[in-house]
Design a protein around this ligand. Structure first.
Ligand SMILES: Nc1ncnc2c1ncn2[C@@H]1O[C@H](COP(=O)(O)OP(=O)(O)O)[C@@H](O)[C@H]1O
Ligand SMILES: [Mg+2]
Length: 213
């Protein structure tokens, strides 16, 4: 089972990794956006970690909803509200739960992705975070349904997210700020797909020792 402490470790890991990749994410956004994705994610997750004590005794749903609401409140632009929606939807799916089975965790991630797609109106192939999140959720579902342990399933999800991230390079952006560039968006990796890959990379690293179910 995935405990609330595991979820907090995942968010702490992500906060650190976002900090380490702040300049990288900003450089990617400088090429096809407005050079703020690294700063946005760094500010947002720093605020999330600051607020963590307010959910110290609360369930996983509350932790994820706090994460989403904090991102919406502290990060402007497209990325903040989209990541905010991702975590708020994920949290609503696991309301009141102090631990999650791997399939419940997957259901939360899938609900988060559905929220992002609803809010951003993007589907795969449009050079956005959806292009990393979708294959990651699909790979996680495939692996869990095939009976693989969570740790192995998350490794495959992270790999699928990485492939999805790289696949955004030749894509033409048709959503978000990058779409203003038209053909000039081709040849650059999407910053949001990159931060989404890092989220799954953190889950794989963080839950590496979880072999139950
Ligand atoms: N409509 C959308 N649907 C899904 N993701 C989107 C959409 N618009 C933008 N994004 C994602 O947001 C990322 C940019 O985030 P960020 O730089 O924080 O916001 P902004 O574009 O407002 O500066 C993009 O790389 C892309 O992955
Ligand atoms: Mg930007």
């Amino acid at each position: 089972m995935i405990t609330r402490d595991d979820i907090i470790s995942w968010l702490q890991c992500y906060r650190q990794v976002v900090g380490e990749n702040k300049d990288y994410l900003t450089q990617l956004d400088a090429a096809i956006g407005d050079a703020d994705h690294g700063a946005n994610m760094d500010r947002g997750f720093a605020a999330v970690l600051e607020k963590m004590p307010t959910v110290a005794a609360k369930d996983i749903g509350a932790i994820l909803k706090m994460t989403g609401m904090t991102l919406v409140a502290t990060v402007g632009g497209a990325g903040g509200p989209l990541y905010g929606t991702f975590f708020m939807r994920a949290g609503a799916t696991v309301d009141g739960k102090m631990e999650l089975s791997p399939l419940e965790f997957l259901a939360a991630l899938e609900a988060g992705l559905a929220g992002v797609q609803q809010r951003g109106k993007a589907t795969t192939g449009e050079k956005t975070m959806v292009d990393a999140l979708t294959p990651a959720c699909q790979a996680l579902r495939r692996a869990l349904e095939a009976g693989q342990p969570l740790s192995a399933a998350l490794q495959q999800a992270a790999q699928a997210a990485e492939e999805g991230m790289k696949a955004t390079i030749p894509m033409l952006a048709t959503k978000g700020r990058a779409s203003y560039l038209g053909e000039r968006s081709i040849g650059h990796q999407d910053p949001g797909a990159t931060s989404s890959y890092l989220l799954f990379r953190c889950a794989a690293d963080c839950f590496a020792n979880k072999n139950k179910e």
